[in-house]
Design a protein around this ligand. Structure first.
Ligand code: UD1
Length: 421
C-alpha cells in the first residue's frame, strides 16, 4: 500500500490545473449504456474510481477504448444486465449503472454498494424513484433487482431527511430519459455534476429541463444517439488546492476551474482571511498569515460542500481562535479529526459538530487515511506541520485525486510517494 512522506513548512507558489470532475465523469460514463452509438468523453482523469467504472462497463459488454485522456465507449453489442459484486463493492458509484440498464433494457441487477467509512449511505431514494417509474424492485442476496417492461414517466419527490440526493437524482434522470411520457423530479439535487450529466444526456438527444433547480423535468424519447463531451472541472480538487494555498501562506492560481461552482468555498476562504481573486476559468488564492476562525455547516449545493469539509477542518486546526464545523450531509464524516489530533490539533467532536480550537502549529506524525477527502485533509495538514508526516493508506486518495503528489510538488511542496518497504 502506498503512502506519502511530507516535509511540512513550505508555502505553495505557482499554478496548477484541475482535472475533470470525478463526480461528473462517473455518471456520464455509466450513461453511455443508454445508447448503442459511440460516445467520446474527453479529459477523463486517471483515477482509481474511473478505472473501476470502466472495468464495470467492460464487464457488462461495453467496448471501451482509451486514447490519451479520451475514452470512447460503445454499448452497441450484447450488454449484460447484472453488475457483479466484485467490482461494485470497490466503488459506491457502481450503482450508477442501475438507472441506464433499467431504462434501456427493462432489467438491471446491481450489487448493493458496500459500507462506507463516512457513515450509512442508503439507496432508498434511488429505489423509490425507480419504483415511481413503474419498476418492480427487489433486494435479494445482496443485489438490487429491478424490472419493468418500459418505464413510464411519473411525478416524484426525491428528497430525504438530509436533503436531496445527488446519486438518486442522477440515477432516476438516466432511467427516465427513455421512459414513456414525462417525469417530474421534485427535490432534485442541484449540484453542478447533476447539471453536467443532464447536459451530456441532452447531447445524446434526451429532453431534460430544469437541471440545476429543485424541479427537473424529463420527457422520454424512443432512442438516444452518440456524443462527444468534455465534463466540467473538479470543484473539489480546485477547492483542495485553494485551501492548500491559504493554509501554507502561499499564492496559487488554480486553472481550468469554474469559480462559480465554488462560491460557498470562496466565501469561507475570504472569511478565514485569505485573498481570493476569481476569473472566468481560474481563481488565485493568497494566504495571509494565520487563518481566522469561523463557523461553517455543510449543505447541499449551492451550500458549502461536504467534500471540502475535511480540508477546511485542517485549515481551521491552525486558525487564530475557535471554529465550529457542522457536518449536515453524512453522519460519520469526522474520522480525520482523530488523525489531525495526533498531529497536535485540538478538535472536540460531538455528533455532527466539531469544535476546533486553533493551535499555532501542527507537528508531523504518522497518520492513517480513512476516506477520500479525509486523506486530502491529512496531506494538507502535513504541508504545514513541523517535521515529517507520513500519510498511510493513500489508495483512498488515488480514488479521487490525480497525481496529487506531483501537482503539489510542482507548487513547491516536499512530498513523495513510497511503496511498501
Ligand atoms: C455524491 C458524491 C459525494 C458527495 C455527495 C454529497 C458522487 C460519486 N459522490 O454522493 O462525493 O459527498 O454526493 O454531495 O457523486 N441518502 C439517502 N437515501 C438515498 C441516497 C442518499 O438517505 O437513497 C442520503 C445520504 O445518506 C446522505 C444524503 O442523502 O445523507 C446525500 O447523499 P447523496 O447526495 O446521495 O450522495 P452520493 O450521491 O452518494
Amino acid at each position: 500500500m502506498d503512502r506519502f512522506l511530507i516535509h511540512g513548512g513550505r508555502p505553495l507558489f505557482g499554478s496548477v490545473s484541475v482535472a475533470s470532475a470525478k463526480n461528473a465523469v462517473l455518471p456520464i460514463l455509466a450513461a453511455c449504456l443508454l445508447t448503442e452509438e459511440e460516445c467520446a468523453i474527453r479529459n477523463v482523469p486517471a483515477l482509481e474510481d474511473v478505472r473501476t467504472m470502466l472495468k464495470l462497463l467492460a464487464a457488462l459488454g461495453v467496448s471501451v477504448q482509451h486514447s490519451g485522456r479520451t475514452v470512447r465507449l460503445c454499448a452497441g453489442g450484447r450488454i449484460a444486465r447484472s453488475a457483479p459484486y466484485d467490482i461494485v463493492r470497490r466503488m459506491r458509484a457502481g450503482y450508477y449503472v442501475l438507472g441506464p440498464l433499467l431504462g434501456r433494457f427493462g432489467e438491471a441487477r446491481v450489487s448493493l454498494p458496500g459500507g462506507c467509512a463516512i457513515g450509512a449511505r442508503p439507496v432508498d431514494l434511488h429505489l423509490k424513484g425507480l419504483e415511481a417509474l413503474g419498476a418492480r424492485v427487489e433486494v435479494e442476496h445482496g443485489y438490487v433487482q429491478a424490472r419493468a417492461r418500459r418505464l413510464a414517466g411519473a411525478a416524484m419527490r426525491l428528497e430525504g431527511t438530509r436533503g436531496p440526493s445527488v446519486g438518486a437524482t442522477a440515477n432516476v434522470m438516466m432511467a427516465a430519459v427513455l421512459a414513456r411520457g414525462e417525469t417530474v423530479i421534485d427535490g432534485a439535487a442541484r449540484e453542478p455534476e447533476v447539471v453536467d450529466l443532464a447536459a451530456f444526456l441532452g447531447r445524446l438527444g434526451a429532453d431534460i429541463r430544469g437541471a440545476g433547480t429543485p424541479t427537473v423535468r424529463v420527457r422520454g424519447v424512443r432512442r438516444l444517439g452518440g456524443a462527444d463531451f468534455r465534463p466540467i472541472p473538479d470543484r473539489v480538487e480546485a477547492g483542495t488546492f485553494a485551501v492548500a494555498a491559504a493554509l501554507t501562506g502561499g499564492r496559487v492560481q488554480v486553472r481550468n476551474c469554474r469559480p462559480e461552482h465554488l462560491a460557498a468555498v470562496v466565501d469561507k476562504l475570504g472569511e478565514a482571511g485569505a485573498e481570493v481573486t476569481c476569473e472566468r476559468r481560474s481563481l488565485t488564492v493568497t494566504g495571509r498569515g494565520r487563518p481566522r476562525p469561523l463557523c461553517l455547516g455543510t449543505a447541499p449545493y449551492p451550500g458549502f460542500p461536504t467534500d471540502i469539509q475535511a480540508q477546511f477542518t485542517a485549515l481551521l486546526a491552525v486558525a487564530d481562535g475557535t471554529s465550529v464545523v457542522t457536518e449536515n450531509i453524512f453522519e460519520a464524516r469526522f474520522l480525520h479529526t482523530m488523525e489531525l489530533a495526533r498531529m497536535g490539533a485540538d478538535i472536540q467532536v460531538s455528533g455532527s459538530v466539531a469544535v476546533i480550537r486553533g493551535v499555532p502549529r501542527l507537528s508531523g506524525a504518522q497518520v492513517m487515511a480513512s476516506d477520500l477527502r479525509a486523506s486530502a485533509a491529512l496531506v494538507l495538514a502535513g504541508l504545514v506541520a513541523e517535521g515529517e508526516t507520513e500519510v498511510r493508506r493513500i489508495y483512498h486518495l488515488d480514488r479521487g485525486y490525480e497525481r496529487l503528489e506531483s501537482k503539489l510538488g510542482a507548487l513547491g511542496a516536499r512530498i513523495e510517494r513510497r511503496g511498501d518497504d
